[in-house]
Design a protein around this ligand. Structure first.
Ligand SMILES: [Zn+2]
Length: 247
């Protein structure tokens, strides 16, 4: 038997049989894993109250070839209590989890993505501007995939973009006005600058960026389009849409 010990965020959990639950974790050392917590539905279970989505745990599990591992121990590191006290924050946090769930394959460790998730959830706990956290998280995730378009120069001719650009959804790039076509989406003034700031600023400080509600709506829709382009082909479109919309 191989015992594994790692840190993981609870992504979701479902009941399994009369007495057990199956939990999905995004872990530092093994990526996304599923484990059965035997007896977790019993009133005196050692797992009681621990397997809540968003919680950060230290876990020990027995590795099984089937991919459904056996959870042996779980210790609470952070219950994200501050985050759970406001419905809109919970929605943003579940949206981050959903993006990780939909974009990360099983059993594929990526400690940078784990750190990004932990950092995003922590930022949602103490930054009042939850939208900015979601935007910064999405920008960082896109960059991690190597899918964040160049924000300073045109992808075709290399000209400086200045304050204006067009987004070509098909290839996920930004173009200058000479190279862009009418079918490419124009970015309103301010949007490109705001995206640059989101890409530059460390995630824990993203609350400092001030965005108007129009800019928020524009950036939200633009990032959704970029993510869709970035992960299209790897996932069914429906799943991507649900991940992006947090459903
Ligand atoms: Zn150009």
């Amino acid at each position: 038997m191989i015992f594994r010990r790692t840190e993981g965020v609870v992504v979701r959990r479902t009941d399994y049989s009369e007495t057990s639950k199956i939990a999905t974790f995004y872990t530092r050392d093994h990526g996304k894993i599923r484990a059965i917590a035997k007896g977790a539905r019993r009133k005196k279970s050692e797992f009681l109250g621990l397997l809540e989505p968003l919680s950060l745990l230290e876990i020990v599990f027995i590795e099984r070839r089937s991919g459904l591992h056996i959870l042996k121990e779980a210790h609470l590191l952070d219950s994200k209590l501050e985050l759970r006290q406001e419905l809109s924050r919970i929605a943003h946090a579940l949206n981050l989890l959903s993006l990780i769930d939909q974009t990360q394959p099983d059993e594929d460790a990526d400690p940078d993505v784990f750190e990004l998730l932990v950092s995003g959830l922590s930022a949602l706990s103490h930054i009042s501007n939850a939208e900015n956290v979601t935007f910064a998280f999405q920008v960082h995730l896109l960059r991690h995939f190597g899918k964040l378009p160049r924000l300073d120069t045109c992808a075709h001719c290399g000209a400086s973009l200045g304050a204006a650009a067009r987004f070509r959804a098909r290839s996920g790039v930004l173009l200058c006005h000479s190279c862009g076509k009418d079918s490419d989406r124009p970015l309103p003034p301010g949007t490109l600058g705001a995206l640059r700031r989101l890409a530059e600023i460390p995630l824990p400080r993203c609350g400092r960026i001030r965005l108007s509600s129009e800019q928020q709506a524009e950036i939200s829709s633009l990032l959704a389009a970029m993510l869709r382009t970035a992960i299209e082909g790897d996932l069914p479109a429906q799943a991507v849409a649900h991940a992006l919309l947090g459903r």
